[in-house]
Design a protein around this ligand. Sequence first.
Ligand code: GCU
Length: 611
Amino acid sequence: MVDGLLSHPPLPQELRTQGLAPLPCNLYGRERVDLSGTWQFLVDSVERGLRNQYPRYTIPKDEKQAPVGGPLVEYDWDSAPDITVPGDWNTQSNERLFWYEGLGWYRRRFPAPPTSGDRRYFLYFEAANYRAHVYLNGSPLGVHEGGFTPFAFEVTDKLVSDNSLVVGVNNRRQYGNVPGSDADWFNYGGITRPVWLVSTPPTFIQHAVVTLRDAETGPIITCTVTLDGRDAADTPVTLRIPELAIELDATTGADGRATIELPAPRHLERWSPETPRLYPIVLSTAEDTIADRIGFRTIATRGHDVLLNGRSIYLRGISIHEERLGTREDDGGRRLDWDDSRRLLTEARALGCNFVRLAHYPHSEKTTRLCDELGLLVWSEIPVYQEDIAYDDPHTLEVARQMLAEIITRDQNRASVVVWSVANETPLTEPRLRFLRTLIADARAQDSTRLISAALNRSIASTLTEIVIDDPLGADLDLLAYNTYAGWYGPLAPGDITSITWRSIYDKPMILSEFGTDAKFGVHGVREARWTEEYQRWFYEQTIHNANTVPWIRGLSPWILKDFRSPRRYRTDYQNYWNRKGLISETGQRKLAWQVLHDFYQHQADAPAAR
Ligand code: GCU
């Protein structure tokens, strides 16, 4: 147990019922009502709302005149403060809730959906950090754990003319959660991404995956479809890709699934950062039609190479936290709308990136869809973060497995996503190895088309000047990744970095998934002075030069694009609860090191055609 942190009270038994529905795929291509906007909000730091199940009791209309001795209800939604959804509560409410960590209750009323008939309805949450207890019209729908992945509850038979949706979100950090109780990013709490009322036909296309693979006979397009509903079995499904003149049918089996497979047309233009070609596709049954835009590409490794569409590629990356690029210092927050995501990714493109490491948790669907459009390869990661994870706790493993399944389900059709990462900087212990190997097996079973990785930073045989990649987990990964801070943490200075040698016991490609130093924008001095922009530039020059001497280092995702809020960064002179390793400040001011990485990527991009 981590001292000083309350453990969650045991939930009433019925709240353990997950109640989660299979996620309706392709959210943005579906009929849906946006429940974003002004909700009501109540802080419940003593969590009585859970124990006493307050949200189950609607306030009697005439409660103010309730007879003496009647039920005493000590809260009132109609007079509760407003809050905006989506959005963390920390950066709303005039800072009153900036450091709040605990349970908060949201309430939103919404009318019955306009159409009647035999439609089905789902409450679809894109994310709520960290644990969400969802009630509709006083009845519990269920609980979702995990702060960065979508979840849904079917409410078809639970809607009335005037609906009361009550959501208790608890962002209290706790050993046993994923992440645990100590992470180097700000614990933004609340309904941080949009909420939708999604409508589908009685039998709908619940999940569909369209992939390209290079077979012996040539490239093959495969589309697997899963229907949900009373007529899921023995139902015709049609795949159309108009720009490729493809229209093919299949019929689902008894399990409601169908597979359509065909040779890829010779003129198919593959997706890549240089040509992020997306093809409109339409999947339909007699009842349901969904449209999406798909990029066709392959990703693999061979020896020391990462192969995109069969050609070796160097990953010119940068790490990014999901935090708004502010227009003024106190503007950052977890709510990112399309423009916010685009601003961050445009900064990555300006650096010359073809790759972004979306750290340390799944970012919004907006971001991965924009990466499809902008031509940015994506490293997608679940927050199995450092040593503060209960690697021997079955519930913790269940949560991590669920998170991984949820993000793979959501993003399986995003061509930009090429890596599923199961961890960051995890200890060399047997429980950790078992935990991560379970996740890797899950990822491979659900999606055999992408690379599996994890950011490592432990070694058995390393010395101060020889880094040996010998973490046993490396045997299970396709792409190795290593976080190095030699020259910032530890006794070495940036001037010592070029004396570092690298050795790997694996015949696999590796990226430097993190390196960086703190530098507050505008702090200048001699390069030997920590916290200055000059020190950060010197560190980048030395680290990039050193990495470039290693033929099996096939990419970088330095730490980090933008300064970000963190509870671990206390110095009032330089940090003030900001991690200053960004190449740009929290308002986008570019530091001296920015040019070093930009110029290196320009050189890489101009390098002779890949091997
Ligand atoms: C670690 C960790 C990051 C952290 C960084 C730092 O490598 O992966 O989450 O922010 O180092 O110390 O700044």
